[in-house]
Design a protein. Structure first.
Lengths: 743, 222, 81
């Protein structure tokens, strides 16, 4: 095999190169030649092709995502904003918390277990790379219909993969979602969130600074994981007679990552690194170009020093490999011995593969021959930016005209039927089948996890300072109105933080959409980003970063636009949090927030095949007053319990509250049918001791939040007007669904 | 009272075990798998986790760690030793406890608040409980099914060496609902569920787990 | 260079839930040939040159001590031709 070097590229400028097979457009290829002043070597071509791909370069989304920075609210709490591996916020007492969501959708469709596992592995490394100890994970998931064959193919593997990797890392799973809809058939969504904590002084950034500092690759050895398109280079250009290389599915090794975490944290504690980057998508190409870009630009790397699991890999393949559990650190020469010593203690492979230079180019050699000589920013940051055409699709106005009028229950029997139906429907049913496969106890700091409104973790055992995280999306509303849908999801996630008494602080997001080449999808995306940016600004919450996943579609049918919004909040003392439900009888139940009759996008409407209508208009000022009320009430110890209303409306919320600790409730509702199924946003059910009623009324009045007393707690049934549903019957309906579906 | 907590590569619940020791009033001493040094502790806990990724078999590689040599000798000499979950697996692989832990019958990792009954309260780790006391502590594992041959089972039952049993439905297929086993002398105990995760109501389903840690402090005083 | 193969199987009396799951899955895919399935592990050990009797004896010892758990597993050792 002839190595394609820089010298060769200069000498043979017209060698045909498979840029199209690698996903590059003709104009992008021309661009690369212009940047370099010659044709790229095959290694350089490989690097550009993968770094300029949609997944790595965000070329279709950058122009819209700019709004997050432009419309960003000034926040002192934001220590590291968009652009780094993950955002970092100040949570008080000298602590900083970093969190982010990422997607691993397509790999999970192909190989559910490993796709989900490596998705978790990847996001955890992003958090570790910021200098933080990962302390919790969450998994918002979307699947096709619950009874579809392909759902039965992918769901168990994905759950097992999230659990298998997360449990082995010793990270409690503190929440997530499982939502089913026909539009996700063939395009399951696996989004993974990780939270990490550190002291302010521990924050690490991905930059290679200081000429003479060493570039160290540590972690797992490099193999053929994930090299798909690049094999075209190896086999076609140079070795027509060789064995065909097949793309290898990335396989995760959580044990190696656990050891990597402990090893890295020890290294960080001794302040041994100047900069650090994890190797995720695009592997070494990404790590080296990102690190070099973060500094003055100069870096020399000897690719032949990379420890290999598979000695047959070509340099192009080494550069593209997505082998898991690898990190790249910049270390001062005076500290390298200690660095390598710590790696040895943990039995972690570590190799010096290069050094930072005071030049401006990233130079990579292989056995002494120069195969890459590029300005790193052109690879990592200055990729193509597309302004894709967008056009509001016809469906929006068409579905807005649909009359959304599913049957509203009136009689006692009808009410009972609705409550039981919603309790049992897969989207709302008990998810223990899933969450019992996740360790929620490890690290001993989990205060809230499934099925609570938010996950909550204590970060200081002495002061009991804690953080709460919630992820939410309402794809049904985003489909009807992506702008409002984004705002509504943001409000819901923030509200879920506040019900426990935590104060929302920062936002992350994972935007899952169909093909950006479809102007209608692009319109959905642009509207979503605009809504999220406007919403975050209005709510005073900085967006710290996130992820975009495009191309979630089969043929011409895109998934429902699914922007998963994650909100992180702080609570001064986790011991004072408001729990989701009650353990005592005799408490009064109040519904905060007004209910209307718009059932568009509701679970009840969907169950009747009605997917159209008009999404609610977000009233963020009111949402913020409600959040204020919730946090204030918690501080004043007003609430015994508080639970948010969302999908499934009041029916779902009451079901979840009474079954949590097996204490019933008696509730009296005007217009019970609509009251039970409506999903009007901005509502919470609270339980209070009766002597707190005057305080609650006063607070609600002060915050201008309408409220109504709906009943009281106690008994062994959920009683709605004169409809009696025994807790046993309700529990059976709620808990049988997943067992029946998945065994 | 010094209680050593061993960390193998991949151990996860070591800090939680150490916390439980402190809550109970003891002093937790970190022990590293690669050091054949027990640092003068009075008892040792092998905590839960995925040591060596559970590769080969759970606990199969850990049992050969340098720390195990002095540990086995001390345990055979009567020093209290508690293996929790992965620790139980190490004890079984090291043959300090008879039987073996195998894949959960239903093939899933299961994390649940599990009711168990303390059947033998004379061991170093269970003397804080009353005989027959039912407690709830988290069970979280994928390989918790206790298996042994008929002869061993007869012996364990006959000698009262089954120190804890699952109450209710069998969560993982363990023979005779066995959740915990001791050696003849009662100083070495293997326990599948996690008492260190039930030390207060803030973070656990109950505070029932604390009893295991107060027991050994009492036992050491004697 | 040669390969010594060690096959490890659960003892017949030990419950094999993974084997059972496989046996249940086969007919769902239209394969009806199996009356039972047991799942085990196979180790492929690379050695320099041709394996000697002494080496094989060593492998047997390693299989007993590490590769298998004699409480619940049996093993066989052979040279891969």
């Amino acid at each position: 095999m002839v190595l394609d070097t820089v010298a060769l590229a200069k000498a043979h400028p017209d060698t045909p190169q498979p840029f199209a097979e690698l996903g590059l457009k003709a104009d992008e290829y021309a661009s690369i030649k212009e940047i370099l002043g010659r044709r790229p070597t095959s290694s350089e071509l490989a690097m550009y092709s993968v770094m300029w791909s949609e997944h790595c370069s965000y070329k279709s989304s950058k122009i819209h995502l700019k709004q997050f920075g432009e419309k960003a609210v000034k926040s002192d709490a934001l220590l590291v904003g968009i652009g780094e591996n993950a955002g970092v916020v100040d949570v008080g007492q000298g602590y900083a918390v970093t969190f982010k969501i990422e997607s691993h959708n397509h790999p999970s469709f192909i190989e559910p277990y490993q796709g989900a596992a490596t998705g978790v592995g990847g996001i955890v490394r992003d958090i570790l790379t910021m200098g933080a100890r990962p302390i919790a994970i969450m998994d918002p998931l979307r699947f096709g219909p619950a009874d579809a064959e392909d759902t039965r193919r992918v769901l168990p593997g994905i759950i097992a993969g999230v659990g298998g990797y997360g449990n082995c890392l010793g990270l409690p799973n503190i929440g997530g979602e499982v939502v089913f809809d026909q539009s996700y058939l063939g395009n399951p969504l696996v989004n993974a969130l990780c939270v990490g904590v550190m002291k302010h002084s521990d924050i690490k950034l991905a930059k290679a600074a200081g000429a003479g500092n060493l570039v160290v690759l540590y972690g797992a050895k490099t193999g053929g994981d994930g090299i798909g398109g690049v094999s075209v280079l190896a086999s076609e250009t140079f070795d027509a007679k060789g064995p065909a290389k097949r793309p290898a599915v990335q396989v995760g090794d959580p044990f190696v990552e656990k050891v990597l975490i402990e090893c890295s944290l020890e290294i960080f504690a001794e302040d041994l690194v100047v900069g650090i980057q994890d190797l995720g998508g695009a592997g070494l190409s990404c790590a080296t170009s990102e690190l070099a870009s973060g500094g003055s630009g100069g870096m020399k790397v000897q690719l032949d020093k990379v420890p290999l699991r598979d000695p047959s890999l070509s340099p192009e393949e080494i550069l593209m490999s997505e082998s898991q559990e690898r990190m790249c650190a910049i270390v001062e020469p005076s500290k390298i011995e200690r660095f390598l010593e710590i790696c040895k203690k943990w039995d972690v492979t570590s190799t010096v593969i290069g050094e930072v230079t005071d030049g401006t180019h990233l130079e990579i050699t292989f056995n002494g021959e120069l195969i890459v000589d590029v300005p790193p920013r052109t690879v990592a940051h200055d990729g193509p930016v597309y302004n894709r055409p967008l056009a509001k699709p016809d469906y929006v106005d068409a579905v807005a005209k649909e009359v959304i009028n599913p049957p509203i229950p009136v009689t006692s029997a009808e009410i009972k039927n609705v409550v039981l139906t919603l309790a049992a429907t897969p989207n709302l049913a008990d998810k223990s089948w899933v969450t019992d496969q996740y360790d929620r106890y490890v690290q001993g700091n989990t205060i809230q996890s499934q099925p609570d409104d938010s996950g909550m973790v204590r970060i200081d055992e002495m002061t009991h300072l804690g953080v709460a995280v919630a992820t939410d999306a309402n794809a049904n509303w985003s489909y009807l109105n992506p702008y409002e849908g984004a705002k509504l999801a943001l409000a819901e996630a923030a509200r879920n933080i506040a019900t426990a008494g935590a104060k929302p602080l920062a936002v992350t997001n994972c935007l899952n959409f169909g093909s950006p080449e479809d102007p209608g999808v692009m319109w959905q995306f642009a509207e979503t980003v605009r809504g999220l940016a406007d919403g975050a600004f209005e709510m005073g919450l900085p967006i710290t970063g996130g992820n975009v996943s495009f191309y979630n579609q089969t043929g011409t049918t895109a998934i429902l636009p699914t922007p998963i919004i994650g909100v992180l909040g702080v609570i001064e003392d986790v011991r004072t949090r408001t729990p989701m439900s009650f353990t005592d009888a005799g408490l009064e139940l109040y519904l905060l927030g007004a209910t209307d009759e718009n059932l568009s996008g509701s679970e009840w409407a969907y169950l009747h095949g009605m997917r159209g209508g008009v999404a609610p208009t977000a009233d963020l000022a009111r949402e913020m007053r409600l959040i204020d009320l919730l946090v204030t009430a918690n501080q004043n110890k007003l609430f015994t319990a508080a639970h948010d209303l969302s999908q499934g409306g009041l029916a779902a919320t009451l079901t979840e509250m009474v079954l949590r600790h097996n204490v019933g409730a008696q509730v009296t509702l005007n217009n019970p049918g609509n009251s039970l199924v409506s999903e009007t946003p901005g509502r919470v059910v609270v339980a209070i001791a009766s002597d707190q009623a005057p305080s609650l009324l006063a607070l609600a009045g002060a915050k201008n939040i309408p409220l109504a007393k709906i009943g009281s707690t106690g008994g062994d049934a959920l009683i709605i007007n004169d409809c009696v549903i025994s807790l046993d019957e309700l529990r059976t309906a709620h808990t049988e669904t997943f067992k029946k579906l998945f065994g | 009272m010094k209680i050593g907590v061993v960390t193998f590569p991949g151990t996860l619940d070591d800090r939680d075990a150490a916390r439980a020791v402190r809550f109970a009033g003891g002093e937790a001493i970190a022990l590293w798998h690669d050091d054949a040094d027990l640092k003068g502790v009075d008892a040792v806990i092998l905590p839960g986790g995925f040591s060596y990724g559970d590769y080969l078999r759970c606990g199969a590689i850990s049992r050969f760690s340098p720390v195990m040599e002095p540990l086995i000798a001390a345990a055979k000499g009567g020093m209290p030793l508690l293996g929790i979950c992965n620790g139980f697996q190490v004890l079984a692989e090291a043959h300090l406890i008879p039987g073996a832990l195998t894949r959960n019958q239903h093939l899933h990792f299961l994390c649940t608040d599990q009711k168990i009954r303390i059947e033998n309260n004379t061991t170093a780790w269970t003397n804080s409980f009353t005989a027959g006391q039912e407690i709830v502590i988290p069970l979280k594992n994928g390989e918790g099914s206790y298996q042994c041959d008929d002869e061993t089972l007869k012996m364990l039952e006959g000698e009262g060496r089954i120190i804890a049993r699952y109450v209710g439905e069998n969560p993982n297929g363990s023979r005779n609902l066995i959740a915990g086993v001791s050696n003849e002398r009662g100083n070495i105990v293997g326990l599948m569920p996690h008492p260190e995760h039930a030390i207060d109501l803030l973070t656990g389903p109950t505070a029932d787990g604390l009893g295991f840690f107060t027991s050994v402090l009492k036992a050491m005083v004697k | 260079m040669a390969t010594i193969v060690v096959d490890v199987m659960l003892k017949p009396e030990i419950l094999d839930p993974q084997g059972k799951a496989v046996a249940a899955a086969l007919p769902r895919l239209g394969f009806t040939f199996a009356t039972d399935v047991r799942q085990g592990k196979r180790f492929e050990i690379t050695v320099e040159g041709e394996p000697t009797a002494a080496q094989l004896a060593e492998v047997e010892k390693a299989a007993e001590k590490l590769l298998s758990n004699p409480v619940i597993e049996n093993f066989t050792v052979r040279v891969d031709k």
